[in-house]
Design a binder for this molecule. Structure first.
Ligand code: MN
Length: 411
């Protein structure tokens, strides 16, 4: 990686270094939402930059509630905008030095969901997570179902309830039936959980009937976000047979506001785990398709400051994003710009890297402590879950900021 120096002040451990420059949608006071790029503790206002004639894309593309239209311009253009901004932030003679009005402090801005999500798919691609769940819910000796190593298993989620980081969520109500009950009851979920995931945002649509190969898949991925797939385990357990997740998942999913482009993550590519048995030809891939992104989950409550309860890494994923996309489209299912495809819970091998409370508390059997000594197995009312992620190499950091959410009592 070549070393770049920006004249903008960027804190040393900032996720939003000159190497990152993620896209998001923000607003200030009661003004309309618009597109921006994060740098350090600031936002570069893309409407203002465009109006100054410093980039080739018209301001109308950035004066939008979402990035969909901008992303639809294609990577050649969107990546050039990012690199042009990078040059403007690096160049000693940058015209931006005379235009402080293009910079907005992040603390003065409200962030919005960056894309209109037409469709949302959730995969189940961590072998450690799938094995842990299989051990708990089925057979400890034969935890993985027979299809798991052949298919990137997934389900169609609910796009309407995807919310931006910071949105509070009411504890969902639903049907629950435990083994001890004769008949189901209607109640507030008692086993509310998070799932530590990353999601990718589709950057290029396909036509019905078209397939995307693992080789071309990167062309269809605009960038990545942190993703919390909130899960009501008790509702899920009763409803999921035989068609899979439904109301135990669809009440809310939270995503981080800044989309980190695939291009910014390029230096952090790593080899994925070996896949055995060999995958079918349409799932074969060449080169490094996993990404070394360090992840952590913090939990805080009305009485306890934040306690780190998990440290994981996106590189553990058994099935990579290119395989997920190839599989998703292999039947001819079309995809659209703004679609979100989430990884599935990202767990590592040991207990400190589990990506859900279901695993951390082993189905509620192993309570854990927050910093103030209070005990948890699942999420209680007024608890806050915050996920963070960043990649770092040779002192160069590309991060995602955070996705946070507080659970309020049921309505
Ligand atoms: Mn999930």
């Amino acid at each position: 990686m070549t070393t770049l120096h920006t004249w903008v002040s960027v804190p040393k451990k900032s996720d939003f270094s000159i190497y990152n420059l993620p896209f998001g949608i923000f607003s200030v006071n009661d003004e309309a939402a618009k597109a921006g790029i994060a740098i350090g503790e600031q936002i570069v206002d893309l409407v203002a930059i465009s109006e100054l004639g410093l980039i080739e894309v018209g301001a109308a593309y950035f004066r939008q509630k979402t990035l969909n239209e901008f992303i639809s311009l294609g990577k050649k253009i969107t990546d050039k905008v990012r690199l042009d901004i990078q040059n403007l932030l690096v160049s000693e003679n940058s015209p931006l030095k005379n235009h402080p009005e293009v910079f907005v402090l992040q603390k003065d801005a409200k962030m919005h969901l960056p894309v209109h999500v037409g469709d949302y798919t959730d995969f189940y691609s961590s072998i450690e997570h799938a094995t842990n769940v299989g051990k708990m819910f089925r057979d400890p000796e034969n935890a993985l179902l027979s299809n798991w190593r052949h298919i990137p298993v997934g389900y169609h989620g609910r796009a309407s309830s995807i919310v931006v980081s910071g949105t509070t969520i009411h504890r969902p109500m639903g049907q629950v039936k435990t083994n001890e009950m004769e008949t189901p009851v209607f109640k507030a979920s008692g086993n509310l959980d998070f799932e530590l995931e990353m999601g990718f945002v589709v950057g290029k649509s396909t036509a019905l009937g078209e397939r995307v190969s693992t080789k071309d898949a990167a062309e269809h991925i605009f960038g990545l976000v942190l993703f919390n797939d909130w899960s009501a385990r008790d509702i899920q357990k009763w409803e999921y047979v035989p068609l899979g997740p439904f109301l135990g998942k669809s009440f809310a999913s939270s995503m981080s506001p800044w989309i980190v482009t695939l291009e910014a993550l390029e230096p952090f590519k790593v080899q994925g785990p070996e896949q055995t048995p060999e995958v079918l030809s349409y799932l074969e891939y060449e080169g490094e398709k996993n990404y070394d992104i360090q992840l952590e989950v913090g939990m805080s409550s009305s009485t306890s400051e934040e306690t780190t309860i998990s440290k994981s890494n996106f590189k553990y994923m058994y099935w990579n994003m290119m395989q997920q996309l190839a599989h998703h489209t292999v039947n001819g299912c079309n995809i659209n710009v703004g679609d979100v495809m989430a990884s599935g819970t990202i767990s590592g091998k040991d207990e400190s890297s589990y990506g859900s409370l279901l695993e951390i508390s082993w189905g509620g059997k192993k309570p854990f402590e927050l910093k103030d000594g209070s005990i948890r197995t699942f999420i209680e009312d007024n608890d806050t879950i915050t996920m963070r992620g960043f990649a770092e190499k040779e002192g160069k950091r590309v991060g995602f900021g955070e996705v946070t959410g507080t659970i309020l009592p049921n309505k």
